[in-house]
Design a protein around this ligand. Structure first.
Ligand code: ACM
Length: 384
């Protein structure tokens, strides 16, 4: 007899707390993929059912809800986590119960778990290209500002190494603010930047606090033409929160921007807008959250089961035509081949893509073989 039971999956993205806006976009990207799969007949006739909790941007709640998903709801697969601190909280759960976490967020690298598929960028797919672009375009003196948790510390360590590798490169200061920092917490930072006059700022501020950094920068009279902010975590979502005026002229490196001109991107973003409206902006973390669900469904169709060792074996090495281009899960490290791009916010609050790799770059989460300026074999320099 054919199995027609629904396939239950866990969905763990915060709808409240410091990273609620970006995680809400990931949640909706996940739900849209699930709808598409169900409309197309599910997984071999089995409907996917999402079991969702709101872990409130809190690592203890992430761990507790992950435990509940696997031990009580009995899901084999969880889609979720944004902050690295929350992923680190969920790893012991998926490892203990032998389940799979699909993680759709850029992060600091230097990690491997047999129970995770990483679909966001590793540092060799965004930091390396961003350091190269910013130092070539603006100079080597960088000011680092971040939120107070593991991703910013580690991402800043990597950026510092990249900057110091190049003649004239130096870190002029490194500052941290609380995750829930408000408008006034960035005033002193903006004043210090004005005084120090670095060549550019590297921001690892995440979530809803991001808008306050960019506004404080603008209020301090700083000019993105000569001293821009570069980031990996300021996406279309944070740009919408701060407004085009505060965002224009600043840079982000990511494998995906909603302005990418591919047929698959227009199809997916049109559908998303029609289904969920204009409030939630497609962005790189949304795109990875979307395509990883399809990769899961394709793997489960092929194996006929979500039993973890079989599903994981099937996932490794598989490809998918995502909005950013054709992506592939690297069997050796469970990370994904992705397309480095650099976007600059224009006056409409959209990212104009100023540089893009023609080919997917293999993930190198331990930065074993990277070199500064490595855009892999092909590099497409696009007009401003
Ligand atoms: C992050 O914490 N990986 C953005």
């Amino acid at each position: 007899m054919t199995n027609t039971d629904p396939v239950k999956v866990g969905v763990l993205y915060s709808q409240t707390g410091a990273t609620s806006a970006i995680e809400s976009s990931q949640r909706l990207g996940t739900l849209m993929a699930i709808e598409e799969i169900n409309e197309a007949g599910g997984i071999n006739g089995r409907e996917i059912v999402a079991i969702q909790y709101d872990p409130a941007s809190n690592l203890h709640q992430f761990r507790a809800h992950a435990e509940r998903l696997v031990a009580i709801d009995n899901v084999n697969v969880i889609f979720g986590c944004y902050m690295s601190s929350t992923r680190k909280a969920v790893i012991p759960v998926v490892e203990k119960y032998n389940r799979i976490l699909f993680y759709a967020t850029l992060y600091e690298g230097f990690e491997f778990s047999n129970n995770i598929i990483y679909t966001g960028a590793a540092p060799n797919q965004n930091s390396v290209q961003l350091a190269d672009y910013m130092m070539s375009s603006f100079g080597g003196r960088v000011y680092l500002v971040g939120s107070d948790y593991i991703y910013p510390y580690e991402s800043n360590r990597i950026m510092s190494d990249l900057v110091n590798q190049r003649p004239g490169g130096s870190v002029v200061a490194q500052r941290y603010v609380p995750l829930d920092a408000g408008a006034r917490e960035f005033d002193a930072i903006a004043a210090e930047i004005r005084e120090m006059q670095p060549d550019f700022i590297f921001s690892t501020v995440v979530g809803n606090a991001t808008q306050h950094l960019y506004r404080a920068y603008a209020e301090a009279g700083l000019n993105p033409k000569t001293l821009p902010i570069a980031s990996l975590t300021t996406s279309e979502v944070e740009v919408a929160q701060m407004g085009a005026q505060a965002a224009a002229g600043h840079f982000t490196a990511a494998p995906y921007f909603s302005s990418i001109d591919t047929p698959e991107n227009w199809r997916v973003t049109d559908r998303f807008r029609a289904r969920f409206g204009d409030d939630v902006r497609p962005n790189a973390c949304w795109e990875a959250a979307y395509f990883q669900v399809h990769m899961f469904a394709n793997a489960m169709r092929a194996t006929g089961t979500d039993v973890v060792p079989l599903l994981m074996r099937q996932l490794l090495g598989t490809e998918f035509v995502a909005p950013q281009g054709r992506v592939r899960i690297e069997p050796g490290n469970h990370h994904t081949h992705l397309y480095p791009r650099i976007g600059r916010v224009n006056s409409k609050g959209e990212f104009s893509i100023v540089r893009a790799s023609k080919q997917a770059v293999a993930p190198d989460p331990y930065l074993v073989t990277h070199s500064l300026g490595d855009w892999t074999l092909a590099l497409e320099a696009l007009p401003d």
